[in-house]
Design a protein around this ligand. Structure first.
Ligand code: PCA
Length: 221
């Protein structure tokens, strides 16, 4: 029997004075579904989800995720975070080499106009099959969007750091980031179950070896 694929999925701790982070709810439900063999991809492959909860701290979150990548040599890495005030699951396409924090992180750091990696390129692209996943998530009736920026706070820091580590180490591991809305808010048109299904479909698509779909989906403004 072939060894199971390991998929590292991370969530973030609460930040900015909140007492929970809905990315953790999605990670918990995804881990539970994976343990019960309910993920879409598990119909074809043996997949183990390795969950990781990261501190909302510049530098440290990325360090912990890259250590997990080195430890597990996963087939896939997906990081999750909260984007409050949004109304769709956001598949992030780009990590910027920029730290510019409107609020301090959980360790009190508030970098402005600073790079994530001084020698790194200005931006790195997610290597997940985002357009293929977008089509499947939308077809499942779940609000989803392709997003051109994960911001310049700790989520972006984590995305850029993971992509930079994977490219400089020449690892062939698809990796990317998903922002979820405030799923516990009654105004949010996405439930935790739906966001978890979106992640399930993103995993199924991103474990395929094919190139991503070339459907034109870029925003006009
Ligand atoms: N969201 C923040 C950091 C942690 C989180 O869940 C962000 O979007 O940068």
């Amino acid at each position: 029997m072939p060894a199971p694929h390991t998929v590292v999925v991370s969530a973030f701790e609460p930040f900015g004075g909140a007492d929970h982070n809905p990315s953790q709810d999605v990670l918990d439900l995804l881990t539970q579904r994976a343990e019960q063999g309910e993920l879409t991809v598990q119909a074809e492959h043996d997949v183990v989800v390795t969950p990781l909860t990261l501190p909302v701290e510049f530098g440290r979150a990325g360090k912990l995720l890259t250590e997990a990548i080195n430890r597990h040599s996963p087939a896939l890495v997906i990081a999750l975070g909260l984007a409050a005030g949004t109304e769709a699951v956001r598949l992030e396409r780009v990590g910027l080499n920029l730290r510019d924090a409107r609020i301090p992180d959980n360790a009190g750091a508030q970098p402005a106009e600073a790079p994530v990696a001084p020698q790194g390129p200005p931006a790195l692209f997610s290597t997940l099959r985002l357009k293929a996943a977008h089509a499947r998530i939308a077809a499942a009736g779940i609000p989803v969007a392709l997003s051109l920026s994960a911001g310049s706070y700790v989520c972006n820091d984590l995305l850029y750091t993971a992509l930079h580590h994977i490219s400089t180490q020449n690892l062939k591991i698809p990796a990317g980031f998903v922002h979820v809305p405030d799923l516990r808010s009654p105004e949010t048109p996405v439930s935790t179950e739906q966001a978890t299904t979106a992640l399930d479909l993103l995993i199924a698509e991103s474990l395929k070896k094919d190139d991503d779909d070339a459907t034109p989906l870029g925003p006009l403004h």
